[in-house]
Write a protein that binds this ligand. Structure first.
Ligand code: C2E
Ligand code: MG
Ligand code: MG
Length: 738
């Protein structure tokens, strides 16, 4: 009985074993072993969608992974995947940590020479060529193809299939694309599934798949050809065979339909670069506008503040600080205008305020400011220093101007209340300071105002009303010079205006070579007045030509006289910038003069100051040209005084340059001044022009100029300007020495 039951049990076990084997051999029937052995499978990375890491779980996944996992499970394994760290499959084969490796097209030899075995084909993977634009590719056997280094196994298979193909390997996909664009290869070869991912990159939009050039490769698992390897592969084969096509297609569809491509910053830049640039520019423009706006607002506020500081709120005229600035500017811009500075004060202002109220006092101040402003020109200024005190910078005129001011402004202020039916005469006290040449060099407004203030105080303390001058002699002098306009013609006729001569010498030979004619005005009270004092006034009044033509004629008369006496001399005459204008042809005027006095044109040198050339270039250039055509010598006077000296040298052709030593050595480093003069001399000579230096006051200066090759000189060291009588005597002496 016991024996019978044992045989029955053994039979049952046998039947079960046979059934299990039968089921395992049937396709589609799972051999799944719950909690089976773990199979370590090495896969390459970055070959999306075949192998990639899932963005959310960070796990290795992909078509290859899912298919392999299914096959392994079918074979009773628990599949675990890891990334192959080696550069290629051949190297990876030598690493015993991987049980199997994916993907192989066929069996290959490992780097160390071990042979491998491969599994059944998991899927047929299509390989496609990609190239730029519509390139016509040669046949596969003559192609130059670029591939990733990690595909070296596949490359070997391709080589076997197409022995004529040339394959170049690159580290990364961007390097592959670069090589393709540079023409190093005809096309790139990769798995079609990978292309479907890679070509989503916006900057690869020029790459096109070549559908005609396609072939497929096997996708197998591989390992070294060892007994264990063989065992794994044979088990895996069974799992692979167990996978149905539908299941494989489902895995492929699952991964190819996912939105796997992740845009990188460079992709966004490529795709939306122009838009981003536009937005950035817009943003920058907005920032700039905002900064500018805030700057303008700040500037406007500052200007408003400054305006408030610089102006008196009651009367609207300048405040003391505004006046200081304005006076400094005026004196700097108009060194030729003679000015006076008046400090004026209402003596009985307290009484006015007490009797008629503060408003009435304010109205009086406003009236005064208004009246004064009506008489002032652009070059004059007024301020309210405070309370009832005003200061005025006024152009110096003659007595007439003072009387006018007194009648039009001061008198109407005096009668302000009387004219409004109230019995009060406003008492005004003033002190006047006449500016000296020093005040123009150093415009210290407070200092000048102090003089006027002291004088006003004296008036206030000694008289009920009126004004006095702080420096009456200066006033007399200024007044007389201002009056030159009225006396010019009388002075010319009476002989008060004369021509003096300053000899010019050749320091090398010691001989007098010519002279400059300089006018002098002998004033009844002021003795000899220098032309520098009155010429600006005459120029302004439009009378300079009257003076100059008088001087030129006198010079021609003297030259004629010397010619008659057998001394042929050359004289330089000054031409004012105002003499040259549209209506006046000065070349013609000089031509007539030499004709009248039977002179030769080379006896006259026409001096035109350098700054005049800069101011009125066109007219002076043509006048110069014409004068030279007629045979007159033209000289550029005061060379070195302006800011455009060198520029002028280039622009205009003159016969002689008159360097003014005073401008060139006045301030700054004397040594440097000398170096500059040395270079100037050489430069002027190189330009084919003659040089004369004026303002030579010492033997050292003369020696230096001679050493520099410029012997023609004029200056106090040799002779001062002298009346014609003295010059005649000198002329006589030349005659004797010649
Ligand atoms: P400018 O034409 O440059 O004349 C030279 C000035 O330098 C003269 O001054 C002369 O006396 C002075 N000078 C000459 N050698 C020396 C020196 O060694 N040291 C110093 N410190 N000064 C020296 P002046 O006669 O007072 O004439 C001043 C300016 O007035 C002249 O400068 C010229 O531009 C102008 N000027 C003189 N006469 C006339 C004229 O008849 N018509 C015109 N339009 N301007 C004239
Ligand atoms: Mg001159
Ligand atoms: Mg000069």
């Amino acid at each position: 009985m016991k024996e019978k039951s044992l045989v029955r049990r053994l039979f049952t076990i046998l039947i079960c074993a046979i059934l299990t084997l039968a089921v395992s051999l049937l396709p589609g029937v799972s051999l799944r072993a719950e909690g089976g052995e773990t199979l370590m499978i090495g896969v390459p990375k970055d070959r999306c969608p075949i192998f990639y890491s899932d963005a959310s779980t960070n796990e290795i996944t992909g078509i290859g992974v899912d298919l392999m996992r299914a096959a392994a499970e079918e074979a009773g394994y628990r599949a675990e995947f890891c990334i192959i760290e080696e550069a290629n499959l051949k190297d990876a084969l030598d690493n015993p940590e991987y049980d199997v490796i994916l993907p192989f097209g066929s069996a290959i030899e490992s780097t160390s020479g071990q042979s491998s075995i491969v599994s059944e084909n998991l899927i047929q993977t299509p390989f496609t060529l990609v190239t730029t634009g519509n390139r016509n590719l040669p046949s596969f056997n003559n192609l130059k193809v670029g591939m990733l280094k990690s595909l070296s196994g596949a490359a070997d298979t391709v080589h076997e299939l197409y022995p004529g193909i040339e394959i170049k390997m690159y580290e990364t996909m961007p390097e592959c694309v670069k090589a393709l664009r540079k023409g190093e290869v005809d096309a790139l070869l990769h798995n079609s599934y990978v292309w479907s991912y890679v070509l989503q990159k916006p900057s690869y939009s020029d790459l096109k798949v070549q559908p005609s050039q396609m072939f497929s490769m096997d996708f197998r698992a591989g390992t070294t050809d060892t007994p264990e390897g063989k065992e794994i592969i044979s088990r895996l084969d069974r799992g692979i065979v167990a996978l149905s096509d539908t299941r494989k297609q489902a895995v492929i569809l699952d991964h190819t339909s996912r939105k796997l491509y992740q845009y990188t910053i460079s992709d966004y830049l490529y795709e939306y670069g122009a838009l981003l640039l536009l937005i950035a520019l817009l943003f920058i423009a907005l920032v700039i506008i905002a900064i500018q706006r805030s700057y303008t607002v700040r500037k406007e506020q500052e200007e408003k503040m400054q305006e408030m500081i610089d102006h008196d709120p009651l009367t609207g005229v300048l405040s003391m600080s505004g006046f200081r600035k304005r006076v400094e500017i005026l004196l700097h811009e108009h060194p030729d205008i003679p000015y006076l500075l008046a400090f004026v004060n209402i003596k009985n202002f307290k009484y006015i305020n007490d009797s008629f109220g503060r408003d009435a006092g304010d109205d009086l101040l406003k009236f005064w400011a208004e009246k004064t402003m009506e008489t002032l020109s652009e070059e004059e200024a007024m301020c309210r220093i405070g309370a009832d005190r005003f200061a005025v910078l006024r152009r110096l005129g003659g007595d007439e101007k003072l009387i006018n001011d007194d009648e039009n402004v001061v008198e109407s202020v005096r009668n302000y209340f009387i004219d409004r039916g109230k019995d009060n005469r406003v008492q005004i006290c003033g002190g006047v300071y006449v500016l000296t040449s020093e005040d123009y060099k150093n415009a210290d407004v407070d200092h000048m105002l102090d003089f006027a203030r002291v004088t006003e105080k004296r008036v206030r303390e000694t008289r009920s009303d009126g004004y006095e001058f702080y420096n009456p002699e200066q006033w007399e002098r200024g007044k007389q010079i201002a009056n030159v306009v009225n006396y010019l013609h009388t002075a010319m006729k009476s002989g008060d205006i004369r021509v003096w001569y300053q000899p010019q010498v050749d320091y090398e030979t010691g001989k007098i070579t010519g002279a400059e004619a300089l006018c002098r005005w002998k004033h009844a009270n002021l003795n000899w007045i220098s032309p520098a004092d009155f010429i600006p006034t005459l120029e302004e009044a439009g009378l300079i030509y009257d003076l100059d033509s008088f001087v030129w004629e006198r010079v021609c008369q003297d030259l004629h006289r010397w010619n008659e006496a057998g001394i042929k001399r050359c004289v330089s005459v000054n031409v004012s910038r105002c003499d040259v204008n549209k209506e006046r042809d000065i070349a013609e005027i000089f031509r007539k003069l030499v004709q009248t006095y039977k002179l030769t044109p080379d006896q006259l040198s026409i001096e035109i100051t350098e700054t005049a050339f800069a101011e009125n270039a066109e007219m002076l250039f043509s006048a110069t040209e014409k004068l030279r055509e007629y045979g007159f010598k033209v000289e550029m006077d005061d060379f070195g005084s302006g800011y455009s000296s060198l520029h002028m040298l280039k622009e205009v052709s003159v016969d002689r340059i008159k360097l003014d030593l005073r401008f060139l050595t006045d301030a700054g480093d004397q040594k440097k001044g000398h170096i500059i003069i040395g270079y100037m001399v050489r430069m002027i000579h190189s330009l084919g022009m003659e040089i004369i230096t004026e303002g030579v006051e010492t033997a050292e200066q003369a020696d230096f100029l001679l050493a520099e090759g410029s012997p023609e000189m004029q200056g106090y060291y040799f002779y001062r300007p002298m009346p014609v009588e003295e010059f005649d005597v000198l002329s006589e002496n030349w005659k004797k020495t010649e």
